[in-house]
Design a protein around this ligand. Structure first.
Ligand code: DAH
Length: 329
């Protein structure tokens, strides 16, 4: 019996030494540890031993099988962890995965571009809050209470005294109250109008306000500044016109139109901004002496300028966050 046990143990060891993978391991398991395996056979032989020999060989057989099982499990663990490692292997021949890089929204790009034109002319950039007082948004800008000019801008009121600003012009008031002339600034920002949403208008859009207050500021300077701006954005051969207009906070006032010529279609004039000389009433409202100082102001719609530049026909596309559109710019 002893010999049989040591033969099985010996061949088990020898065969286990040659096992390299899961298949080899499985063959060994079947040959030695299955119900009809060699260890089971030894236990059957053991049953037929005379009673007095059983304790001795029982012990030996149990010990030998337990050791074999231990070695088998050890190798099984080794092979399994090797397999896991190889699954972690990086295949250097695979093509790389491209990282997608974000880009600035067309509106941000347009604001940046417009700002850089005016910065080059010595304007600084200033901002103000989107929730404004009625006083700054209308009153100080020479919109008297109940004046029909207020209806030019449909307003989201928060309460009797506060509202979502309908234009960036109230920041002119803040700026003139905070600093003494000379003042030369542009003011980009969001504005809100309670209007029906359509291809042409949205409840939210962006404006850039401009303000220059100093001694001897003239309309001629305003005009040359805005022509310089239009040429920078639309090219030197841009066709433009100044058309006289009305705003409560400027006198005289004008609007600037740019000729829009879509390919194959009829061209037309499109308004891109309002402007004028700061009304003396406004200067007085903020404590600047209108006898000593004059100023000009302008305000433009960023969406309008971008739509014209890139040939967009629906303003809503700028607020949809559709990547197919946004990644084109
Ligand atoms: N705030 C005006 C608007 O939203 C635009 C505007 C016109 C601004 C003339 C100005 C200006 O500063 O001088 O319709």
């Amino acid at each position: 019996m002893e010999q049989k046990i040591s033969e099985v143990a010996g061949s088990f060891k020898a065969e286990l030494n040659n096992v390299k993978d899961e298949t080899g391991l499985e063959a060994i398991r079947i040959k030695y540890f299955s119900r009809n395996g060699l260890f089971s056979k030894l236990f059957e032989d053991f049953k037929n031993l005379p009673k007095d020999q059983k304790p001795k060989y029982g012990k030996l057989l149990n010990k030998t099988k337990a050791e074999a099982q231990k070695e088998f499990d050890l190798l099984k663990n080794k092979i399994n962890s090797r397999k896991k490692q190889s699954q972690k292997f990086v295949d250097l021949s695979l093509p790389g995965r491209k990282k997608t890089v974000g880009s600035q929204h067309l509106i941000s790009q347009t604001i940046k571009k417009i700002s850089s034109v005016f910065k080059g002319l010595g304007f600084s950039v200033y901002t103000g809050p989107e929730i404004e007082s009625d006083e700054n948004n209308f009153e100080a800008l020479n919109f008297p209470p109940d004046h029909p000019a207020r209806d030019m801008q449909d307003t989201f009121f928060i309460n009797d005294n506060f509202l979502l600003r309908t234009h960036t012009s109230p920041v002119q008031i803040r700026l003139m109250r905070e600093t003494n002339p000379p003042i030369r600034a542009i003011i980009p920002g969001k504005v809100y109008r309670n209007e029906a949403i359509s291809a042409k208008s949205y409840c939210l859009f962006h404006q850039i306000e401009g303000l220059y207050v100093d001694t001897n500021v003239t309309f001629a300077e305003l005009k040359s500044t805005l022509v310089y701006f239009a040429k920078n954005i639309y090219g030197n051969d841009v066709k433009y016109r100044f058309r006289s207009s009305f705003f409560p906070f400027t006198e005289p006032s004008a609007e600037v139109d740019v000729w829009w010529q879509p390919p194959g279609k009829e061209g037309k004039w499109l308004e891109i901004l309002g402007c004028g000389m700061v009304d003396p009433n406004v200067l007085q409202n903020v404590g600047i002496d209108p006898e000593k100082y004059t100023g000009y102001a302008f305000g433009m719609g960023v969406e309008r300028i971008a739509m014209l530049k890139y040939g967009l026909s629906d303003i809503r596309i700028l607020f949809d966050n559709d990547k197919r559109f946004l990644t084109q710019f």
